[in-house]
Ligand binder design. Structure first.
Ligand SMILES: [Fe+2]
Length: 490
């Protein structure tokens, strides 16, 4: 039972060491012997000792003190104290410091074996307990790490959601309103406001607001309470259950995002505040960047649009018919789009394309464009190229790529016999299908040098006749209804 056990024997009497060594080696133990406390400490430092037999009286150190040192070095060593004479105090001291047992010399070797076996069992139990408590400790550490990891995942998910919500905004969305909604949702606030900042008067003007019913506004931060430090850009202002971050573009504060937390969700003073500030700052930064993009887009769009209006003016100077025709086509297209239920994006495309749908005519020679007689087939081929020419001119402006496609397609026919691509049905963009009906109707009801205008009734009959061939049948029906209802007439 003591097979291969590593045993330290410490006694200043070499005879005792010799006798114990002989006996224990016979029982299969591996013996390490020391005649002083110093030697014993060195052995324990270098060897994984399982049981130590310590004499209480040693030349350099008291056995009980040595026990204390060895236990500090390795708390799992089973220590058995040996002495020829001893007081109760010695025994109690030794037991308090972790001795497993006490043997009074001279002792029976059989008794020694029994004591050693018991001490080794105790040691095994201690090792198991340590192992168990270590695994418990590991478990606790893992739980803490898991919680931290979950927190990080939640934080990343929230950041991702904020970013996705802002990226999903299109140019026609109200970025201020969306910002207020996002901030309210993410922070679980009962009220969120977007204030615009007037640098001249140093006033914050309430611009957008979203709040739950019954929010007590008595404690809400008022515009004139906006802290001065906020307009320097970087700070987040916290007051009670309210947070405010500045919206900054190129170092200039253009507004403030303000939230009031609900009483239930508020855990200010804890980690939650840090997270709320962090997320509100991210929302503020995303909003700043969206607003800045819109300002750039609008100025770019305005300059592009002005360029095109100049082009249209140029074509109108050559052909006075085109100007009024384009205006009427645009108005009819927008009303029809409204009745069909097109979204704001599509209506804005029509608003841009309507006045310039014949832009390509700028490249058609006067001899053809202004010819009062019917065109020859060759001249008609050249005339038809105005849709691709228009697309070519507009496609130079990247932000008008959708509009340029409509210009290309405005002479396509529903049955696929139009130009330039012979597209049919729903493959023709809806804005082009709308323009096609309005464009043809207006051309038919206007006097041209080579023919007189048709009456509205005759023109509508022609539209009806061509529904499903030249025109989208549904759009044609809606158009006829719109004109008959008196929205438009010539
Ligand atoms: Fe045209």
């Amino acid at each position: 039972m003591l097979e291969n056990k590593r045993v330290l024997v410490v006694d200043d009497n070499p005879d005792i060491i010799g006798a114990l060594t002989d006996f224990l080696e016979l029982n299969g133990c591996k013996i390490f012997a020391a005649t002083s406390g110093r030697e014993a400490i060195d052995i324990v430092k270098q060897t994984d000792i399982e049981v130590a037999l310590l004499d209480v009286r040693l030349p350099d150190i008291n056995g009980v003190s040595l026990l204390d040192i060895l236990k500090k070095e390795d708390p799992t060593i089973a220590v058995i104290m040996m002495t020829g004479y001893s007081t109760h105090k010695d025994i109690i001291d030794a037991m308090k410091k972790g001795a497993s047992d006490f043997l009074l010399k001279p002792f029976e070797y059989d008794n020694l074996i029994m004591v050693m076996i018991r001490a080794l069992r105790e040691r095994a139990l201690m090792l198991d307990r340590e192992k168990f408590s270590k695994s418990l400790e590991d478990k606790k550490k893992i739980e803490i790490l898991n919680r931290e990891l979950q927190g990080k995942i939640q934080e990343l998910t929230t950041m991702y959601n904020i970013s996705t919500k802002f990226n999903a905004l299109n140019i026609y969305d109200d970025v201020y309103e969306k910002t207020v909604n996002i901030a309210k949702d993410v922070l679980g606030a009962c009220l969120c406001r977007f204030y615009l900042y007037d640098a001249a008067t140093k006033e914050a003007i309430l611009f957008k607001e979203k709040k739950d019913e019954g929010v007590n506004e008595e404690y809400i931060l008022k515009p004139n309470e906006m802290p001065n430090g906020l307009n320097t850009g970087k700070r987040c202002y916290i007051k009670d259950d309210m947070l405010t971050v500045p919206i900054v573009i190129k170092g200039e504060t253009i507004g403030f995002l303000f939230v009031k937390k609900t009483k239930n969700s508020i855990e200010f003073g804890s980690n939650q505040l840090e997270k709320d500030v962090f997320f509100l700052k991210i929302i503020g930064e995303q909003a700043s960047s969206q607003i800045e993009n819109r300002i750039l887009y609008e100025s770019l769009f305005e300059s592009v649009f002005m360029t095109h209006m100049s082009l249209i003016t140029a074509i109108n100077k050559r052909d006075s018919y085109t100007e009024n025709h384009c205006k009427r086509v645009t108005e009819m297209s927008l009303t029809l789009a409204d009745k069909i239920g097109l979204n704001s994006l599509e209506k804005d495309i029509l608003r841009v394309v309507g006045p310039i749908h014949d832009l390509g005519k700028i490249g058609i020679p006067d001899a053809i464009l202004l010819k009062p007689e019917k065109l020859t087939p060759e001249e008609y081929t050249i005339m038809k190229s105005h849709s691709t020419l228009g697309e070519e001119i507009l496609s130079r402006f990247e932000i008008l790529s959708r509009e340029s496609m409509i210009i290309r397609a405005h002479h396509e026919r529903f049955d696929g016999r139009g130009y330039p691509d012979g597209k049919s049905g729903n493959n023709i963009p809806v804005c082009a299908r709308i323009l096609a009906v309005c464009d043809t109707f207006d051309a038919m009801t206007t006097d041209r040098p080579y023919r007189k205008a048709l009456t509205v009734e005759d023109a509508l009959m022609e539209i009806e006749r061509c529904a499903g061939t030249q025109f989208d049948p549904d759009i044609a029906v809606m158009f006829i209804k719109m004109i008959k209802n008196g929205n438009y007439g010539t």
